[in-house]
Design a protein around this ligand. Structure first.
Ligand code: GLU
Length: 476
């Protein structure tokens, strides 16, 4: 079987960690099986669509490098890929079901339906349809349709069905009693089709083999399964991913935890770290590994290791995963990723020698954007630093050490961390100082603190001109 998965977002806002997780799983599964990943935009709820919603989804998915093989922007053999453009398919499908008797026209008025509901009983949330129009004979149906009478098309739950049995790859065998399922509407009187119907028509026409989505959709699944059966098409494999809760353990809300993908991008999270973190929302690696590259994820993902219990967003964990990903990057790669995040207006010198700067600070970074929180270490506020430097120069013993270091640095043939470290030690030998007596004053002079990164790395990062300028402030 060719594996074909899909991500079917509604363009109602930006993607966030809770809803993009389904995209991540579907993409990983498709790539693992050498199958296809399809992007479908479910934009029929016009009132909820937001302007630019589809473009934003596409931008976020591209950033995460979840590429699709068919979709609204690139087309494909099973298009169109926007539900708003698929009326012809829905029309044909509704006709097919009506012709086979699996669906029927219902002419009941609002008032009749309300009366039915009252009769059905107070306190029942499900408003079941009585089935009145199911019994109409064909001739009467045709006559009323031709007379232009308002009607909907309802699905005829097959007679004698008492339950719908579903197999879910994650939740196992589930039996839904049909007492909870009435003859639901497929097409409204204004011609718009309903969600469950559109999804099934699309999944059939797009030859979707695996429907993997949030467990919130599990309750739609029996209706969808009945529709697949009515079309005579084998049901896809269903897998419902557990609920993602906010960091407070409550339903994801805009305020808490609904962290938008675009925000993470702005903060400088690597896309592979975000994908890694998304995979851990419900799934675990067979060896419980938590830091996984994209290709390791593709190789190891599987619905068999997805749990059923709710999973909770943990943004600290995301930061940790991100830090692990940064730690494996080459220096050149890391510096190129950090570069666009540097606040050049605050740290204009930082980008001149960025690789050395990043080399000095990389162990402190969990995201690329973290760089700005640490650049102050290499570029401390000028006024305060000058005071400290002058005080150092005023102490004759310290001055002697600093002069020796300055002289070595002024003549250093290569401005590179290891060589500069040697130069400082050599200067210590010249001046008869080592250990704290050597390193502390040099570090205070450079960055205002006795503790901090290696001196060689600090010197390499700030550059010869700046280093000598700082020595000049101390030594005059
Ligand atoms: N459009 C639905 C949503 O955004 C997804 C439907 C599905 O995956 O079947 O929740």
């Amino acid at each position: 079987m060719t594996v074909r998965t899909r991500f079917a977002p509604s363009p109602t806002g930006r993607l966030h960690l809770g809803n993009v997780r389904a995209a991540a799983f579907n993409w990983l599964l498709a790539r693992q099986k050498g199958g296809a990943f399809i992007l479908r935009i479910e934009d029929t709820d016009v009132a909820r669509n937001v302007a630019g919603g589809e473009a934003a989804i596409i931008e976020d998915l591209k950033w995460l490098r979840l590429d699709w093989d068919e979709g609204p922007d690139i087309g494909g053999p099973h298009g169109p890929y926007r539900q708003s453009e698929r009326d012809a398919s829905y029309g044909r499908a509704v006709e097919r079901l009506a012709a086979s008797g699996a669906a029927y026209h219902c002419f009941c008025t609002e008032q009749e339906l309300e009366e039915d509901a009252e009769e059905f009983g107070e306190g029942r949330t499900a408003q079941r349809y009585s089935g009145r129009c199911r019994a109409l004979d064909r001739a009467e149906r045709v006559r009323r349709v031709e007379a232009g009478e308002r009607h909907v098309i309802r699905f005829a739950v097959p007679d004698g069905t008492t339950s719908v049995e579903i197999h879910d790859e994650i939740f196992g065998a589930i039996s839904f009693p049909t007492s909870d399922i009435d003859d639901f509407v497929l097409r409204r009187s204004d011609g718009r089709v309903t969600y469950n119907f559109a999804v099934v028509v699309d999944d059939i026409e797009m030859e979707i083999s695996h429907v993997v989505r949030g467990v919130g959709h599990l309750s739609n699944t029996p209706k969808q399964a009945l529709l697949f059966d009515a079309f005579g098409v084998p049901r896809p494999v269903f897998g419902h991913l557990p609920t993602v809760l906010g960091p407070d353990g409550k339903k994801l809300s805009k305020r808490l935890g609904a962290t938008a993908v675009t925000e993470l991008r702005g903060q400088g999270y690597p896309p592979d770290a975000v994908l890694n973190y998304l995979s851990l929302l419900g799934w675990s690696h067979p060896e419980e590994k938590e830091v996984l590259t994209r290709s390791e994820l593709v190789a190891s993902i599987g619905l068999d290791r997805v749990g059923r219990s709710d999973t909770q967003l943990d943004l600290e964990k995301l930061r940790w995963v991100s830090a692990q990903h940064l730690a494996t990057e080459s220096l050149a790669g890391l510096a190129s990723h950090v570069r666009p995040f540097v606040a050049v207006e605050s740290f204009p010198a930082a980008t001149a020698n960025l690789e050395a700067v990043v080399d000095t600070l990389r162990t402190r970074l969990s995201t690329y954007g973290d760089i700005n929180a640490h650049l102050g270490l290499l570029y401390p506020p000028e006024g305060e630093s000058m005071e400290k430097r002058k005080a150092l120069g005023a102490d004759p013993a310290v001055r002697k050490v600093l002069e020796a270091v300055r002289d070595r640095l002024a003549g250093a043939p290569a401005w590179e961390a290891a060589a500069l470290d040697q130069a400082v030690r050599g200067a210590g030998a010249d001046a008869g100082a080592k250990g704290a007596l050597l390193f502390h004053p040099v570090r205070v002079l450079l960055i205002g603190s006795e503790k901090g990164p290696d001196l060689g790395k600090i010197l390499a990062a700030i550059g010869r001109g700046e280093a000598l300028r700082r020595f000049g402030q101390a030594l005059g």
